[in-house]
Write a protein that binds this ligand. Structure first.
Ligand SMILES: *Cc1c(COP(=O)(O)O)cnc(C)c1O
Length: 381
């Protein structure tokens, strides 16, 4: 069994995919071909925002967004403690300081109360200027934007939505990647919408920001003359091949894949309901997840190791996202707050386990995973 079966997806899309790739190869426009603009238009319309600017990966998407806002040394950027490194790295690489915020213990997303506390502490401390909040749509579930946006507005902070795992999710019909003042996503192959290499995109309704992003991703060139540079940018492009691949995948994602992962999630949750020692994922009312991961909580790290071992023996792969909080990363340890501020991150890091999940998963495979877990858990009592 595969954790995320990209080969099954290719088999399902093969004729269309081969044709799309062949068209790029024979057309010879490998950079900035027409597929890139077409994809940007389709993505903006899917998400429901005015502008989509494609780029080389999800990390660049975050960094370019902070650059467009002029974030740098002396600025505080609030990020959840329980996420992938890139969410904080984008701030640190520009000389700004990531300030870590504990998560909600049920959704694993940034906790609004902990955010407000972190803002107060930063203001009281007086060395950094609070500027940006980066909520993450972790595992495919949109963060609690109602509360998070209210707090951000109260303190005049801008919101950068890290939707690298969240593309396709929604709250009351409003799509992920439309909640932040800027939002980003990643097309890394294993993300909900993945390409066959690296890719990323940035979403915003602000035309001025979109223009600035367009320049920053092209070495800071002016829109009118690509050899006229008024500022330092990056080279960050989505190539035509990846755009062509994504056009095929976006159609499948919209027509079938998002529904398929939600069906698989329901099968898992129903199957695991009888086991009292497992906590299955919480999806609040009105929220839809794109299930980048299906992540359960086990009683403790020892039992998690035991379940992982037993599943592996039956050929079932699992993964731990994430084994520690960002405040525990060696690179941040000297500046981050102490463990006591992050009880929910520490608890999640010790107990989470992500199960095989993808749109082409068969019901029999789900049943096999469920039975293996139930059997492993029966030894707990
Ligand atoms: C994958 C990921 C990124 C970075 O995306 P890349 O395309 O790998 O650079 C950023 N944030 C989160 C939460 C991610 O999961």
């Amino acid at each position: 069994m595969e954790f995320r079966d990209l080969k099954a997806q290719y088999r399902a899309l093969e004729p269309e995919m081969n044709e799309a790739v062949r068209e790029v190869l024979s057309g010879g426009q490998f950079i900035q071909g027409r597929q890139v603009t077409e994809l940007e238009e389709r993505l903006a319309s899917y998400v429901g925002v005015r502008h989509c600017v494609s780029c080389a990966n999800g990390t660049d998407a975050l960094t370019l967004s902070l650059m467009a806002w002029g974030i740098g040394p002396g600025d505080a950027v609030f990020v959840p403690d329980f996420t992938y490194m890139a969410t904080a790295g984008c701030a640190a690489v520009l000389g700004a300081t990531p300030v870590f915020v504990d998560i909600d213990r049920e959704t694993f997303n940034m906790d609004p109360g902990a955010l407000e506390e972190a803002i107060w502490r930063t203001v009281r401390d007086g060395t950094l200027t609070p500027r940006i909040v980066i909520p993450v749509d972790l595992f495919g579930l949109p963060a609690g934007y109602g509360e998070l946006l209210r707090i951000a507005r109260k303190y005049h902070l801008l919101v950068l939505e890290d939707g690298a795992q969240g593309f396709g999710g929604s709250i009351d019909g409003k799509k992920a990647c439309s909640f932040g003042d800027i939002a980003t996503t990643s097309f890394f192959p294993a993300k909900p919408l993945g390409c066959y290499g690296d890719g990323g995109a940035i979403f915003t309704n602000d035309s001025g920001i979109a223009r600035r992003l367009y320049s920053l991703k092209r070495q800071g060139a002016s829109p009118a003359d690509k050899y006229d540079h008024h500022e330092i940018g990056m080279n960050s492009r989505l190539d035509t091949l990846q755009a062509a691949i994504l056009l095929v995948k976006l159609k499948a994602f919209d027509e079938a894949e998002l529904d398929a992962v939600n069906r698989t999630a329901r099968e898992y949750t129903a199957g695991l309901a009888s086991c009292g020692s497992i906590v299955t994922p919480v999806v609040p009312d009105g929220f839809i997840s794109s299930w980048a991961q299906y992540t359960i909580l086990l009683p403790d790290s020892g039992k998690r190791l035991e379940v992982q071992r037993q599943l592996k023996e039956q050929g079932i792969p699992t993964a731990v996202y994430y084994p520690k909080g960002l405040h525990q990363q060696p690179v941040f340890r000297s500046t981050a707050a102490a463990d006591e501020r992050f009880p929910h991150t520490l608890e999640a890091a010790g107990r989470v386990l992500s199960l095989p999940m993808h749109p082409y998963m068969k019901e029999d495979d789900v049943r096999q995973v469920v039975e293996a877990i139930l059997s492993a858990c029966s030894h707990f009592r």
